[in-house]
Design a protein. Structure first.
Length: 307
């Protein structure tokens, strides 16, 4: 009887284990998912082990059927949420994962978007802004400090090419290397939007951007002189342009190393970035006009761009 009882208990434990695995299994649906939003930990998570990190996907609309997708990693969830609120207005949170780095010292997470087996849905484009898509544990740990006020992230542009008859929905798997996680893959997921814009509007936006860029070029010398006269302003603009993905990490470091002489580097790369891109131009204008002594040049850019 004792042996039979022990077997029954063991069988019961096995059954519970099986049930637990089944409950945790992700449920897929052909309908649009209601994604879990990234939230600050509640009391039950207050004593989470230090090696647990949070990874989150955020979409930011930048045009008709076009989005920026950012994958970010952090341990400081509350600081991260405040950063998103302050710097990425309108960003839409998507799937969130919790994981640990396999290498506790110099760990890295790599996102794998493309594979031979999995083709991107017809008519959709997924364009990483860097390759490989890697984030380090070191940068995740530094986020929130004066050395790294911006969360480490991978930026990807996702868009539908209407001339290629895109499928109604993009659902593309992304696998991850370098981490231990219950989730095997996350998905880039977007639905095709109805478009009512005309080619005339696109042409007008491009023309306006080119005219405004011409004003910026013609005032290059004056802008450079003004920025060299105020290193704090130069540093502030550099930080904001970096936060808005107008300049990358290497350019920001180069500018700060050169001090006031970094003004030339900043302006050259800003012009290269916004050339032919109305969206980037508007971002730069909004940043520049915050500085009172640059206000007149920005107003001129806007006025001539509207004529």
């Amino acid at each position: 009887d004792s042996e039979t009882s022990e077997q029954a208990v063991q069988s019961s434990k096995n059954d519970e284990s099986i049930i637990e695995v089944e409950v945790r299994k992700p449920i897929s649906s052909d309908k649009q998912e209601t994604h879990r939003k990234l939230q600050a930990p509640d009391d039950s998570d207050a004593h989470e082990p230090e090696n647990i990190y949070t990874g989150g996907m955020y979409y930011q609309k930048i045009g008709s059927n076009k989005w920026w997708l950012r994958f970010m990693v952090t341990q400081k969830v509350e600081v991260f949420l405040q950063y998103i609120k302050d710097n990425h207005i309108g960003a839409i949170p998507d799937e969130v994962i919790r994981f640990s780095f396999q290498d506790p010292v110099s760990g890295r997470i790599q996102l794998n978007i493309f594979s031979i087996e999995q083709k991107v849905c017809r008519g959709w484009r997924i364009e990483p802004h860097k390759e490989p898509l890697v984030l380090s544990k070191r940068d995740a740990d530094l986020f929130g400090s004066k050395d790294l006020p911006i969360p480490p992230s991978c930026l990807i542009t996702v868009w539908a090419k209407l001339s290629c008859d895109p499928e109604e929905r993009l659902r593309h798997p992304v696998t991850m290397d370098g981490i231990d996680c219950d989730v095997e893959r996350i998905y880039i997921s977007r639905f095709l939007e109805e478009v009512e814009t005309s080619n005339t509007q696109v042409t007008c936006d491009t023309r306006s951007a080119n005219i405004s860029l011409g004003v910026l070029r013609s005032n290059y010398a004056d802008l450079c002189k003004l920025l060299k006269g105020s290193e704090p302003t130069l540093n502030s603009l550099t930080n904001e342009l970096f936060a808005k993905e107008i300049i990358d990490t290497n350019i920001m470091i180069d500018i700060k190393k050169k001090g006031i002489n970094g003004a030339d580097i900043l302006l050259v790369h800003v012009i290269m970035k916004i050339e032919g891109n109305a969206q980037h131009l508007y971002v730069v204008q909004n940043i520049l006009e915050k500085e009172q002594f640059l206000h007149d040049i920005v107003e001129k850019m806007k006025k001539e761009g509207q004529t």
